[in-house]
Ligand binder design. Structure first.
Ligand code: NDP
Length: 333
């Protein structure tokens, strides 16, 4: 492999006056961090965390210049450890990719091979990025509900932030798995989109938090997938039925959780944390297999907006303001 190979990447630079500027530039494989696996990236995707990295959020990235992109799918160019062969198609999500390690918003990545999983039969590289970290997280959330005994006969499942990446895919997976799904959204004009994904009911964001200052709310949901956190998650916990389970993976509303203990001690409600970043290789392979099979969202193609590296700037600003519906796939071919 010629490590002087030049390629295009989005590079975020920190200026002397502590501003963060983004530009598509030429880089070479020699500029990338060390690792036993080199992948020619075909597709990446945009997640909320990428927008935080691209705008200098210190909780995600502290070293600049930097190429964000927590997701990448492509073909193996070289693998020193022998874990993969040249030409193998792989998915890479999470770990340190796109955080301090240059990520998928470049045409090549160099990483530890332990971060990659083989692309399962039944998914194309583009589809794997239509799912990406958001899909993995949504699937881990549904797996969490399933393993906690929340079966479809237990009642309705609520999904918050439903038009976003994790939310959209969670709605679709739950519907495919036979659950009745209520989608909560701040974009009520997207009701048709949510119903097409499989939601049986769509409710407004405010409806969830109405009366949330009370100790408990009327029991409504058998379980919930929450991406919002803050007062939304608190209200959801207060309105889950006896023995229900709520998964928590995000903080788009707030990282705080202003709740009391009553849902837990009077209704036996469980709060389940979901992390896709350090999920074990075994769980990743299992979940990607399910996403390529029974859980593959029927409406996946309709969820996708595709952009180039140049088009990312607008998308980054949009996702930061909660304005994306579905998933953004980045084409690096
Ligand atoms: P998106 O931006 O695609 O979706 C978030 C959605 O939340 C928005 O589309 C909007 O949906 C809703 N929303 C936005 N702002 C607010 C607000 N202020 N109050 C209430 N709802 C809001 O993000 P992702 O789906 O990619 O990620 C969602 C969350 O999950 C993020 O916090 C992200 O960091 C986290 N995450 C965590 C992972 C993990 O491993 N734990 C992995 C992946 C993501 P609507 O308009 O429909 O309400």
């Amino acid at each position: 492999m010629d490590t002087t190979t030049q390629f295009k990447a989005l590079v975020v630079e920190k200026t002397a006056d502590k501003q963060f500027v983004r530009e598509v530039r030429q880089r070479s494989i020699d500029d990338l961090p060390p690792g036993d696996l080199v992948v020619r990236v075909h597709y990446s995707s945009l997640n909320y965390k990428d927008a935080l990295s691209a705008t200098g959020h210190p909780g995600v990235t502290r070293q600049f210049p930097h190429t964000p992109g927590i997701d990448a799918a492509g073909e193996v160019v070289a693998c020193d450890s022998g874990a993969f062969a040249p030409g193998d198609r792989v998915i890479v999500t999470g770990y340190d990719l796109g955080m301090e390690t240059d990520g998928g918003f470049g045409q090549y990545i160099r990483i530890p091979s332990a971060w990659a999983v083989p692309l399962p039969e039944g998914l194309s590289l583009r589809e794997s990025m239509a799912l990406g970290t958001a899909g993995l997280t949504a699937a881990l959330s549904v797996l969490g509900l399933e393993r906690a005994g929340v079966t479809p006969d237990r009642g309705e499942i609520l999904v918050t932030g439903a038009t976003g990446g994790v939310g959209s895919i969670a709605v679709a997976i739950l519907a495919a798995a036979g659950y009745r799904v209520t989608a909560s959204t701040g974009k009520e004009f997207e009701e048709e989109y949510l119903r097409e994904l499989g939601a049986t009911e769509v409710i407004g964001r405010e409806e969830l938090t109405a009366g949330a200052e009370k100790a408990l709310l009327a029991e409504r949901w058998a379980g919930a997938v929450d991406v919002v956190g803050g007062p939304t998650l608190a209200a959801v916990l207060k309105s889950v039925k006896y023995g229900g389970v709520v998964t928590c993976c995000g903080l788009v509303g707030s990282p705080d959780l202003p709740v009391n203990v009553y849902p837990f001690i009077l209704r036996g409600v469980s709060l389940l944390g979901i992390d896709s970043v350090q999920a074990s290789p075994g769980i990743r392979r299992e979940v990607w297999q399910r996403l390529a099979g029974a859980w593959k969202p029927a409406g996946l193609a309709g969820m996708v907006t595709e952009c180039s590296l140049q088009g990312l700037e607008v998308m980054i600003q949009t996702i930061l303001h909660g304005g994306i519906t579905g998933r953004v796939v980045v084409n690096l071919l």
